[in-house]
Design a protein around this ligand. Structure first.
Ligand SMILES: [Mg+2]
Length: 390
């Protein structure tokens, strides 16, 4: 069994029970194994794949938009088998991929495999060996520490938990009426606070921002402390531990009518403040679209998915070493989705919708897409017609 297949099988087994329960609730078949491999006469492996952005294309908040459930269903055969290889390529995250797959399955009415969900922070998996036994801090909404533990990191604290152990680290905490847990931990200063390590002695060796930070004021303060002191707030100056961002989106489309500030905006705030209070520049690495690495990784996943769907058939076309002649990137953000697909080059072909950040009448002048449509349903109709799929 190949590494990808083994990973797919593991991920599938893990969420199979949950997905089957979701399928039963919807009265639909939920056999992922059957969904990923055709029975009967084996059709040719599709010559194209699709990557969907989520926010502003598939969902706004938690509500499906642009006919997304109908559009996604067209990528499955009537028996529930996956017909066209596709995945979700989002800069969002904060929850494990298997959990997001379940949520998308329920919202869209099809069975999505965890292997079809690529978050901004999914590449953090590749860093496990480097930080395996180091204390690291996970930042962002959702369950950032759970995600990192899922990836294999061993000593992980969320910034919520970490901050709560340092009395007075956030002088504004008493004014934040919504914080309850912090009050519970406020007298733990001199105690060994964690079964396996002591946050007052052990330096933080890495900081990972997985999703949009919730308490910007506190997080800016605590991250400046960690990053300026070599990983031990309250101590003297020290070398900056490595800092990673899952994406660098300045803005994104959420439930509110106009765009909201994203992780890129938080990065600018942190960098600006850090550079003012230190005599050296903040160092960091950002993943996520439009980084071409993300598109290369997504293309590899799509190709493996296509092989799993059709193990015995060869691709109908092979262009310049690629399994696909085209991979469509359907997104709403020219700077992120369209720019990324353009930078990645063939076989990527960007498709821009008007359901999110972009609302223009014509194409985006700076990052022109190959196709501009109103909704994701229009995008799928155009793509399937072009690819001669019923
Ligand atoms: Mg978007």
């Amino acid at each position: 069994m190949s590494g990808f297949r083994a990973a797919l099988a593991r991920a599938t087994a893990r969420s199979r029970a949950e997905l089957q329960a979701a399928g039963r609730r919807r009265g639909q078949p939920s056999d992922l194994g059957r969904r990923l491999s055709h029975s009967g006469a084996a059709p040719a492996r599709p010559s194209f794949g699709i990557a969907f952005d989520i926010d502003g294309v598939i969902l706004r908040g938690r509500s499906p938009i642009g006919g997304s459930p109908q559009a996604i269903r067209r990528l499955y055969s009537e028996d529930g088998t996956l017909k066209i290889p596709f995945l979700f390529l989002t800069n969002g995250g904060g929850v494990p991929e298997h959990k997001r797959a379940l949520e998308l399955s329920e919202l869209l009415g099809v069975n999505i495999s965890p292997a079809q969900v690529v978050h901004g922070h999914s590449p953090y998996r590749e860093l496990v060996n480097r930080f395996e036994n180091d204390l690291i801090i996970a930042v962002g909404k959702g369950e950032p520490a759970t995600v990192m533990i899922d990836y294999g990191f061993r000593k992980v604290l969320s910034i919520d938990e970490y901050s709560s152990y340092f009395k007075d680290i956030d002088p504004l905490a008493p004014f934040k009426k919504w914080i309850v847990q912090q009050a519970d931990n406020k007298n733990m200063k001199s105690e060994k606070v964690h079964p396996s390590y002591d946050v007052f002695e052990e330096r933080v060796k890495g900081v990972f921002v997985l999703s949009d930070p919730v308490d910007w004021g506190r997080d800016l303060q605590v991250l400046c402390d960690i990053l300026s002191t070599g990983g031990l707030p309250g101590s003297g100056r020290g070398d900056q531990p490595p800092l990673y961002f899952a994406s660098d989106d300045l803005e994104y489309q959420a439930a509110f009518p106009s765009e909201r500030l994203g992780m890129g905006a938080f990065r600018i705030a942190l960098e600006s403040i850090f550079n003012q209070v230190n005599d050296h520049q903040l160092k960091y690495i950002s993943y996520g679209k439009p980084n071409p690495f993300v598109f290369k990784n997504a293309a590899n996943i799509l190709e493996k998915l296509a092989i799993c769907m059709h193990p015995s058939s060869l691709p109908t076309k092979k262009v310049e070493g690629h399994q696909f002649s085209t991979i469509y990137m359907i997104g709403d953000n020219p700077k992120v989705d369209i720019n990324g697909a353009l930078k990645a080059g063939p076989p990527w072909s960007p498709v821009l919708t008007r359901t999110g950040v972009f609302r223009g009448k014509d194409n985006d002048p700076q990052y022109p897409a190959d196709l501009v449509v109103d909704t994701v349903e229009d995008a799928i109709n155009c793509i399937l017609e072009k690819e001669c799929i019923q």
